[in-house]
Design a protein around this ligand. Structure first.
Ligand SMILES: C[S@@+](CC[C@H](N)C(=O)[O-])C[C@H]1O[C@@H](n2cnc3c(N)ncnc32)[C@H](O)[C@@H]1O
Length: 244
């Protein structure tokens, strides 16, 4: 991908229930932040399909608080969408209390996410400019981890810095960020936690599922769709605890 080439319009519309969230993001992204796109929408659809499972992921025995961490939130669309879903679903019998944390390498994305979280009244624990989980020291604290990573196969050069190109530049096989991230997620995820990862065919989703199993996850492909030029996948990894 090239900075000079305008992003194409998404091939599919956002899920109808998320249209207000997407409009709030589009109004704030500017030119330096990854706009809500087909991959964003497919991830939102996967989270909506899994909402009952998500409501059961809270590790806390004392309260129904749920820590949701997004790595690379970009505009903030996915976490803000999940927050909407949990407001509706969590208010039913599950009564979960979600808190959102987000870490993005791009400072403009961190600012955009903060603004969208405020506009959409997301319960925020923290929005941090940083890389992956490097600023998060505690193990086992996250109940839900979400990441739509930079997955496009590119040269190393394109991965440098913290501007918009880090939204897509995934280096060799588009796997360089994903392969560093997965063991880190295994460390920070709680023992009933769920991890959702977006990838494309070029990243070898089957190999990613195997790598997840080697890290002790139950690993499954929950969505696979051609959207525009990309064959997109949503992978779900779950801590394989004794009761699983
Ligand atoms: C494909 S965009 C996804 C944005 C948003 N989650 C969505 O689905 O629309 C990837 C995001 O990851 C961020 N990112 C790239 N490398 C990162 C890193 N090492 N640590 C944290 N965020 C990173 C980018 O700045 C960008 O916002």
């Amino acid at each position: 991908m090239d900075d000079d080439i305008d992003d194409p319009e998404p091939a599919c519309p956002p899920p109808a229930w998320a249209s207000d969230v997407i409009d709030a993001c589009k109004a704030r992204v500017g030119l330096e932040v990854y706009p809500p796109s087909d991959d964003t929408f497919l991830l939102l659809e996967a989270l909506a399909s899994d909402i009952t499972l998500l409501c059961r992921s809270s590790a806390s025995l004392l309260s129904k608080s749920m820590v949701c961490l997004e790595i690379g939130p970009g505009s903030g669309a996915v976490s803000a969408g999940l927050s909407e879903l949990l407001k509706v679903e969590g208010a039913k019998d599950a009564k979960v209390l979600p808190f959102f944390m987000a870490v993005d390498k791009n400072p403009a994305a961190a600012r955009c996410t903060s603004a969208v979280f405020q506009a959409r009244e997301v319960m925020v624990a923290d929005v941090i400019q940083g890389s992956l989980t490097d600023c998060l020291r505690q193990s086992g604290f996250a109940d839900v981890v979400i990441c739509n990573p930079p997955y496009v196969p590119t040269d190393e050069d394109e991965m440098q810095g913290c501007g918009i190109s880090v939204s897509w530049a995934g280096g060799s096989r588009g796997r360089e960020v994903i392969d560093v991230l997965m063991p880190k997620v295994a460390r920070i995820l709680s023992n009933r936690g769920l991890f959702y990862l977006v990838c494309i065919a070029e990243n070898d989703p089957e190999e990613l599922l195997e790598n997840g199993r080697a890290l002790g996850f139950l690993a499954e492909k929950v969505k696979q769709e051609q959207r525009g030029m990309e064959e997109l996948f949503i992978l779900r990894f779950q801590k394989a605890t004794e009761s699983s």
